[in-house]
Every structure is written in structure tokens, then in C-alpha cells.
Design a protein around this ligand. Structure first.
Ligand SMILES: Nc1ncnc2c1ncn2[C@@H]1O[C@H](COP(=O)(O)OP(=O)(O)O)[C@@H](O)[C@H]1O
Ligand SMILES: [Mg+2]
Length: 356
């Protein structure tokens, strides 16, 4: 798929701006603070419903204005779509697909497939497990509405269970109340874990391949889903989770939150057998993160029969010459929107200038 056009009204520094994109490589080039990242952010929001940079929607509204409006035109394999998003300073934002308003943001996810990469994505390899779970959740949710719903049901039940652990004193009452939630928690949890095992297994092949290309065949990357709940049939995994929730009762009471389940899981990332999360150099971590993102594109394309749009914010300056070239060659197969302050790579591109 590819984004044909974005029209912005009072979004960040843009009062009224229309940008046309082409299939393949699009380079957004301009001095610092001229709205390059803002432009990517608007596309990201149409794909995932929220900003990658801020948690409050209203921060994207142009200062002093009441609301921001994004209109995006998208070409998929078999048909075109439009996405309209109105972000109001006082109300919930409103979204329409093909002119028809949606009632839940979840309905937007999956219309415009996005893979986003910025220097900040180093956290995917370096930071706490939550970053890697987030990576899996965003990627899986875009590929499967079923996953998105299982995950949100899981999170809702988990929140209720944690609240009970905080408010009730340990005893029969608490035990009985928890057991009501545990069956559902285990059922949704097993579905989430199962999907993530499959995702990681499929991603692993692509990630190894991308990393080999990016590192010039010098390093071998491997990933593994890390969970207390072993892979198996979904029903067995649900049973296992139920057992673990039961035996974890004392610990959960002491800590006042649920210590078992997919919200504790991680992806183990190794380079030549060494845990790159802890022991990788900055460069290795950066390359590993990029390999995972490129692998995500391949996986998305395989599963959806359609390529996502790749958003690359400021990544060229962070990479050496060979990695830069490899990245640009890799990205020539799908639509890529990339920002930089100078573009001199010599790879043909649709150039969009900001700050003029
Ligand atoms: N809500 C907003 N309203 C108006 N301008 C904004 C808003 N948020 C950010 N900006 C402006 O946008 C500019 C930064 O844009 P950004 O896209 O991050 O720049 P860059 O081209 O370096 O990626 C800053 O100059 C900032 O003042
Ligand atoms: Mg920027």
C-alpha cells in the first residue's frame, strides 16, 4: 500500500499544507525544526490512532487553535481509502474511514499499515521488556483484529484483577473473587502468548536474514519469545496459566499485582549467542533494532499480502555508509517516507522540502 496524499490543517507547525507522496522512496528534507517529524507523525497517527511522540492528542494541535485536522489518501492493492482525523482540544478525536465515522479507535488499526523507525527505537533492544512487548503488540494488532481484541480484553481483566489485589485483604473473599477473573484472564492470556510465539518464530527468519545483510554477514542475530508459559496448544496454555495464577496467589497478594501472564513476557535477542539487550554495543543494538523493523515489514507483507508504509525518522545520520546504502536499497521495495537534513545518497527519490 502507499500514501498518496496528506492534507494538514492546524496540525503542529502546519496551518494548511498538502503533501503528495509517491510509491517507493520519499525523502523529506529540510533544516532542523521545520516540521519533518511532524509530517511523519501525522501519517503515523492515521495508521495507529495515536502519536509516537506524545500521549496527549491535543499536543499535536497547532498552538492557539481549537483543533487539528488530518486528511490522508491511501492506495491499497485493490482499492483506495481515505482517512480523516479531527483532533479536538476539548473532545475525543473523531475518525472517519472512507467518509464513514468509526466508533472505536480499534476499527482504524489495520487500514494503513505502518512500520516506524527513529533513533529512539534503540529502546526496542536496549530498554525494559515493555518496549519489546509493545513492538509485538503494535505489529500483531495491525495484522490481526482478533489479536487486538484479545489483548484489550486481557488488559481490561488484568486491570480489574490488580485492583482487587490492591483493595481486598488476602483471605477467602479475595481468593474467590480472583478465581472468577482467572479463567478469563488465562483464556485471553493464552491467546496473546500463542500469537506472540508464532509472531516471534516467523519474525526470527526475516530478522536473521536482514541482520546478515546489514552487518555484511559478520554477525548472526536470533530471537526467542521468553515466557513462563511454554508454547503449546492454546487450551493447554490456558490451563497452565490458570495453574500458575493459582500457585502465584501468595506472591500476588504480597506484591498487590498479578505476577504471571503475557504482561511479564519478553523477546530474547542474541548476537552470536550473546544477549544483545545487556551486552551489545550501541552500534550492535542499533543494527539489531533496525533488523527487527525490516523483518517486521517482511512479515507484515507475507501475512497481509500487502506492504506496510515505512516511516524512517532521522536514521540515516546514525548509520555508517554501508548500512545506509543497504537500508535505502532494502526500502526501494515499498513506500518509505524518510526524513533527513541533507540528502546526497544518489538513490532516486521523490524529494519533499520543508521550511521553505
Ligand atoms: N503544537 C504545535 N503547534 C505549533 N508548532 C509546533 C507544535 N508542536 C511543535 N511545533 C513546532 O514544530 C517544530 C518541530 O517540528 P519537527 O517536525 O519536530 O522538526 P524537524 O524538522 O526537526 O523534524 C518546532 O519548531 C516546534 O516549534
Ligand atoms: Mg525531526
Amino acid at each position: 500500500m502507499f500514501v498518496k496524499k496528506v492534507k494538514l490543517d492546524n496540525f503542529r507547525n502546519y496551518s494548511d499544507k498538502t503533501v503528495c507522496f509517491e510509491e517507493g522512496l520519499n525523502v523529506i528534507v529540510g533544516p532542523n525544526a521545520t516540521g519533518k517529524t511532524n509530517l511523519l507523525e501525522s501519517v503515523y497517527m492515521c495508521g495507529l490512532g495515536t502519536s509516537p511522540r506524545v500521549s496527549r492528542d491535543r499536543d499535536v494541535i497547532r498552538w492557539g487553535e481549537k483543533g487539528a485536522y488530518i486528511h490522508l489518501e491511501l492506495q491499497k492493492k485493490f482499492r483506495a481509502h481515505t482517512i480523516d482525523m479531527y483532533i479536538d482540544s476539548r473532545e475525543k478525536k473523531r475518525v472517519a474511514i472512507d467518509g464513514i465515522p468509526i466508533t472505536r479507535l480499534a476499527q482504524l488499526i489495520g487500514t494503513l499499515g505502518i512500520v516506524f523507525f527513529s533513533p529512539d527505537e534503540l529502546k526496542l533492544v536496549k530498554d525494559a521488556p515493555v518496549e519489546r512487548r509493545h513492538f509485538m503488540d503494535i505489529s500483531l494488532s495491525q495484522q490481526s483484529a482478533k489479536y487486538l481484541f484479545a489483548l484489550s480484553r486481557y488488559n481490561a481483566v488484568l486491570a480489574r484483577r490488580n485492583k482487587l489485589l490492591k483493595t481486598l485483604t488476602p483471605g477467602e473473599d479475595l481468593k474467590n473473587s480472583l478465581s472468577v477473573w482467572d479463567v478469563q484472564l488465562a483464556k485471553e492470556g493464552a491467546q496473546v502468548i500463542k500469537a506472540r510465539y508464532d509472531f516471534t518464530r516467523e519474525l526470527k527468519k526475516f530478522a536473521a536474514q536482514k541482520h546478515s545483510v546489514l552487518s555484511g554477514g559478520k554477525e548472526s542475530l536470533s530471537i526467542e519469545y521468553e515466557s513462563d508459559c511454554p508454547d503449546g496448544a492454546e487450551a493447554d496454555m490456558a490451563d497452565e496459566l490458570t495453574r500458575k495464577l493459582f500457585t502465584g496467589y501468595e506472591k500476588d497478594c504480597a506484591l498487590q499485582y498479578t505476577t504471571v501472564g503475557p504482561h511479564k513476557d519478553d523477546i530474547k535477542i542474541t548476537l552470536d549467542g550473546v544477549d544483545v539487550r545487556k551486552f551489545g554495543s550501541q552500534g550492535q543494538q542499533r543494527t539489531a533494532a533496525l533488523s527487527l523493523k525490516l523483518a517486521e515489514i517482511s512479515l507484515f507483507t507475507d501475512n497481509m499480502g500487502e506492504q506496510p508504509v515505512l516511516l524512517l525518522d532521522d536514521v540515516l545520520s546514525e548509520l555508517d555508509e554501508r548500512r545506509r546504502r543497504t537500508l535505502l536499497e532494502e526500502t526501494s521495495n515499498y513506500q518509505t517516507l524518510i526524513t533527513c537534513t541533507e540528502y546526497s545518497e544518489g538513490v532516486a527519490a521523490n524529494v519533499i522540502k520543508t521550511g521553505e
